[in-house]
Ligand binder design. Structure first.
Ligand SMILES: NC(=O)c1ccc[n+]([C@@H]2O[C@H](COP(=O)([O-])OP(=O)(O)OC[C@H]3O[C@@H](n4cnc5c(N)ncnc54)[C@H](O)[C@@H]3O)[C@@H](O)[C@H]2O)c1
Length: 262
């Protein structure tokens, strides 16, 4: 009898968003079965339909919702081998003294506690089976100061959590890595450029490559780290930022593009 191999299963939190959808698409292209988990249920269903995935409304701010989602993915698709923890509560720039504390709590609940709990709930089955891979999503704001007063610290904490989980679970068959996007042209970011809230050129000037990141380029890194091709990689943070985090002090000398080349 011919041996049948089941396609591996991955869950993508925030799968209805810009980077999330690109990740769903990339994983589907690479033969994964995918569950799209997102607070925006309508958009999650649309994304799932577009890419041949399944969808479930999930609130990373709610413990029960995450537990239910982890159980649902396994009952719907089978043992979950991969988790891309992409969802985040975003924030607009402001000064620390202007912090809205309801927003502070919401950002910590979703980005910090929600990411931690997603890893423990989806990791439970991976640990039982001795096999799995998790990719968290940090940000270049994790490496540098920024006016994202609550969001930035949660992203820095995600790097620390990633290393903690990677070491705790490494000998039990579960790899945990972090992808740190730089300025990425998602539909939401494009809309903020169109409204004049952000200036793409200011962001491009901060990159080494002189261009912004495409959602699919972040998705490629996530899919690679989830895959067996990255079987010897755990506990790393991989910037996908067009070289933004490498530009360091160039701004003090006029900026990357401003110096004469000869
Ligand atoms: N776009 C960028 O420039 C950029 C830069 C650095 C890091 N990131 C990170 O990349 C990831 C994806 O961001 P994006 O740019 O695609 O943003 P996005 O807003 O397009 O997607 C975020 C998704 O998360 C979902 N979400 C929000 N709160 C949720 C909750 N409580 N429960 C479940 N889902 C929830 C939203 O509905 C949305 O679909 C985030 O972790 C973000 O912090 C993005």
């Amino acid at each position: 009898m011919a041996e049948t191999t089941q396609a591996p299963v991955a869950a993508v939190t925030g799968g209805a968003g810009g980077i999330g959808e690109a990740t769903v698409k990339r994983l589907r292209d690479q033969g994964w079965q995918v569950a799209v988990l997102d607070l925006n249920a309508d958009l999650a269903r649309e994304v799932a339909e577009r890419h041949g995935a399944v969808a479930r409304e999930t609130d990373l701010g709610d413990a029960r919702s995450i537990e239910d989602a982890a159980r649902w993915v396994e009952s719907e698709l089978g043992p979950c081998q991969g988790l891309a923890a992409v969802a985040a509560h975003l924030e607009n720039p402001h000064m620390p003294e202007a912090q809205d504390y309801d927003e502070w709590e919401a950002i910590l609940r979703v980005n910090l506690t929600g990411t931690f709990r997603s890893m423990t709930e989806f990791g439970r089955g991976m640990l039982e089976r001795g096999s799995g891979s998790i990719v968290t999503i940090g940000s270049i704001t994790a490496f540098n100061s920024s006016p994202l007063q609550a969001y930035g610290p949660t992203k820095a904490a995600i790097l620390n959590m990633t290393r903690n989980f990677a070491v705790a679970w490494g000998r039990r068959g579960v790899r945990v890595n972090c992808v740190c996007p730089g300025p990425t042209r998602t539909p939401a970011v494009e809309a903020s450029y169109a409204r004049g809230e952000r200036d793409p050129q200011t962001m491009i000037d901060q990159t080494a490559l002189g261009r912004l990141v495409k959602p699919g380029q972040v998705a490629s890194a996530i899919a690679f780290l989830l895959s067996e091709d990255a079987g010897a990689i755990t506990g790393v943070e991989l910037p996908v930022d067009a070289g933004t985090s490498a530009t360091g002090l160039w701004g003090m000398y006029g900026g990357v593009a401003k110096l004469p080349t000869a």
